[in-house]
Design a binder for this molecule. Structure first.
Ligand SMILES: Cc1ncc(COP(=O)(O)O)c(C=O)c1O
Length: 377
């Protein structure tokens, strides 16, 4: 599939606005839009209840997700959002008073509050100190204490865009018997991952950003080994084996990750995700990753050429994804002016965050650079 053909699937590219805000919310591609419109048509007309088609689509989507993270489809469960996925591990591990969890001081709160919520049970939360937007694997490893039972980190930091060295952290966790959990929402879709190579036990990921799916829909990956240790704090009628034996009341949980899908799944979320993933697969996960990182590195270079300060000036392909952020004393004014000039990005914590995706091109980055040059502050 050629890039020009992909770009035709994103009608927003013709609006005259430059949308560099995938780290907030991804747009719907034409494929997703058509799938959803068809579904609405079906649900209001001839095919109101098509459970078989839903199951097939769900399996298809899990199969592509499994390819994206190098796991098996049976290790993936659909959930509603990243936060609730993280609560599954936070609550299910049954940590005890005195046990410790290691986070860092620039995590998005979705990956913090589910763990802080355990403090009332005597569980201690440690925060690794970041340096200039970077949370290095060495700093994490050096912050581990005797009772550290879990490390949780974002694949890609939501503000700085720093991509964690999951392989190094995962190797260490494996050696020390520490559970390794990843909030992957700012990575997957822009990047792929390898849960086996990185020894990741758990992923939680919403689909509304880089995966170009729906808001309020996501998935978890859970390794077989972790699932055996994890208690399901919530269960429902579809968590069990033979769930269609409705009056059997046999609370025997499924052995696959499906046990965490307690009830009816968001059908629209599944159809949208599947349509989006098919496009990703057709274009190629590796091609996507290369384009995303090339764009970011080009963007950083151009920003420095016009004397703007990217938060991560020394990035390489190994530690960057799709987020490029800048700090400036007048960042709010700059952000507001960019908005007036039809450049859509985000303003968070005094930082301007740009997040182009794989189908964006260098010419669009050049336009943003020229708009920045026009701004007089
Ligand atoms: C790192 C990270 N995790 C999680 C979220 C969102 O969490 P949820 O899907 O629970 O809304 C965001 C952004 O909204 C994020 O940047």
């Amino acid at each position: 599939m050629k890039l020009d053909d992909v770009r035709k699937l994103f009608p927003h590219l013709k609006t005259g606005k430059i949308y560099f805000n995938h780290a907030s919310t991804g747009p719907m591609s034409q494929s997703v839009k058509e799938k959803l419109l068809n579904l609405i048509q079906d649900r209001s007309g001839e095919k109101i209840d098509d459970y078989k088609e839903f199951l097939k689509t769900s399996e298809e989507a899990k199969t592509i997700l499994a390819e994206l993270i190098n796991s098996e489809p049976s290790r993936i469960a659909f959930i509603d959002n990243t936060s609730n996925g993280i609560n599954i591990i936070a609550q299910g591990l049954n940590l005890k008073s005195g046990d410790r969890i290691l986070l860092n001081d620039i995590e998005f709160p979705a990956n913090v509050y589910p763990f802080l919520n355990l403090q009332k049970q005597g569980i201690e939360i440690d925060f690794v100190k970041s340096h200039d937007g970077i949370v290095s694997a060495d700093d994490i490893i050096n912050s581990v204490k005797d009772n550290t039972k879990l490390i949780s980190i974002s694949y890609v930091q939501f503000l700085s865009g720093y991509k964690a060295d999951l392989e190094k952290i995962g190797k260490y966790c494996k050696e020390k018997g520490i559970v390794f959990s990843v909030d992957a929402i700012q990575g997957l879709g822009a990047l792929s991952s390898d849960v086996k190579k990185c020894n990741i036990d758990f992923i939680s990921c919403g689909t509304q950003k880089w995966l170009l799916g729906l808001q309020g829909f996501g998935f978890i990956y859970i390794s077989e080994e972790l699932q055996e240790k994890l208690e399901s704090k919530y269960v429902g009628w579809t968590s069990v084996q033979n769930s269609w034996n409705l009056l059997d009341y046999n609370l025997k949980l499924r052995s696959s990750a499906d046990r965490f899908q307690n009830g009816t799944i968001n059908t629209f979320g599944v159809y949208a995700l599947n349509a989006s993933l098919k496009l990703f697969k057709e274009f190629g996960f590796e091609n996507i990753e290369n384009r995303v990182t090339d764009n970011s590195l080009y963007f950083i270079k151009q920003l420095m050429n016009i004397d703007y300060n990217p938060i991560l000036p020394n990035s390489t392909k190994e530690n960057i994804a799709g987020i490029v952020s800048i700090k400036h004393e007048q960042s709010k004014e700059i952000f507001e002016q960019l908005e007036k000039k039809n450049v859509i990005c985000a303003f968070r914590e005094g930082v301007i965050r740009f997040s182009p995706h794989f189908y964006n091109i260098k010419e669009e980055i050049d336009v943003v650079i020229s708009k920045l040059q026009e701004i007089k502050i």
